[in-house]
Structure formats: structure tokens, C-alpha cells
Design a protein around this ligand. Structure first.
Ligand SMILES: Nc1ncnc2c1ncn2[C@@H]1O[C@H](COP(=O)(O)OP(=O)(O)OP(=O)(O)O)[C@@H](O)[C@H]1O
Ligand SMILES: [Mg+2]
Length: 140
């Protein structure tokens, strides 16, 4: 487990950009933390770290999924508006995972239930804190 103390949005984005350099493709990033914790901010830094255009990153709350071209393409999900494992299957997560060549970053992954995720090579990234402070934990 790795722990990072972030003091600003920029810190979080920079940390995510550094973290991105360890990715090889095929990772599923489970982004934990409340509304406004910084999950989307983390993905913004991640996309920059992979050489993509971070300005393209926006919350997929309504779209459910955004895809960003980068050295490794990033599929950015937000399951907030779904209501269970069946709807996540219907969204086509399996096909989008594409046998593991790309990166998937998933906000509100808990909507799919805990049993959905062990089938995938997951890394859990959790953001917790108040004001501008966030403790970010990374667990393989
Ligand atoms: N240290 C920090 N790290 C990340 N974001 C921070 C930090 N401090 C303040 N913020 C602010 O918190 C907000 C985080 O918003 P963001 O959309 O990334 O959250 P989210 O976890 O994706 O929320 P949601 O569950 O609604 O999708 C932004 O306005 C950001 O500027
Ligand atoms: Mg978000």
C-alpha cells in the first residue's frame, strides 16, 4: 500500500501523472471516495501522465463513460447513476476492458458490488479528506 498526502488539486493531478507512468495497460483503477473527493481530478492527471489531453477529461456522470486517447487509451467510467451489477454488465464493461490492453478508471465502482471486480486486475485508489487536504491510498 502506498499513501500520499495531497494539499491541493494540482498535487493530486501531479501524483496521478506520476502514478500513470507505472501502468502497462490492462489495469482497472477503482477510484474510491465521496462526492467531490477528487476522483475525476485524479483521472485528469492520469491522462496527462499518459501523454493525453487532460482538457478532454470531464465527469462521465451522464455519459457513463468517456474514452481518452493516450499512450495507453483510458476508459473513464462513472457508475453513479447505475443501480447494480446487471446494469454494469449491460454497459458492456467486459467488451470495453478489451482483454486488458487499455486502462479503465472507474468512479463509484461500489455500485457494481464487491463480487464484480475480482475478475479484473484492480488497483484501488482512495481519496479521503476535507478542504484542500486529501490522503490518497493506492492498493494493488
Ligand atoms: N487535494 C485535492 N485533490 C483533489 N481535488 C481537490 C483537492 N482540494 C480541493 N479539490 C477540489 O475538489 C473537487 C474534486 O472534484 P472531482 O470532480 O474531481 O471529484 P469526484 O470525486 O470526481 O466527485 P464525483 O463523485 O461527484 O464525481 C474539485 O473542485 C477540486 O478542485
Ligand atoms: Mg467524478
Amino acid at each position: 500500500m502506498k499513501v500520499f498526502e495531497s494539499h491541493s488539486t494540482t498535487d493530486t493531478e501531479n501524483f496521478a501523472a506520476e502514478f500513470a507512468k507505472n501502468l502497462r495497460g490492462g489495469e482497472v483503477l477503482l477510484l474510491g471516495g465521496d462526492l467531490g473527493a477528487g476522483k475525476t481530478a485524479f483521472v485528469r492527471g492520469l491522462v496527462r501522465g499518459l501523454g493525453g489531453d487532460s482538457n478532454e477529461v470531464s465527469s462521465p456522470t451522464f455519459a457513463l463513460m468517456n474514452r481518452y486517447e493516450a499512450k495507453i487509451p483510458v476508459n473513464h467510467f462513472d457508475l453513479y447513476r447505475l443501480s447494480g451489477e446487471d446494469e454494469v454488465y449491460d454497459l458492456g464493461f467486459d467488451e470495453i476492458f478489451r482483454g486488458g490492453r487499455e486502462v479503465c478508471a472507474v468512479e463509484w465502482f461500489s455500485v457494481a458490488g464487491e463480487e464484480f471486480w475480482p475478475d479484473y486486475p484492480c488497483i484501488r485508489i482512495t481519496l479521503l479528506g476535507q478542504g484542500e487536504e486529501r490522503t490518497i491510498t493506492v492498493e494493488d
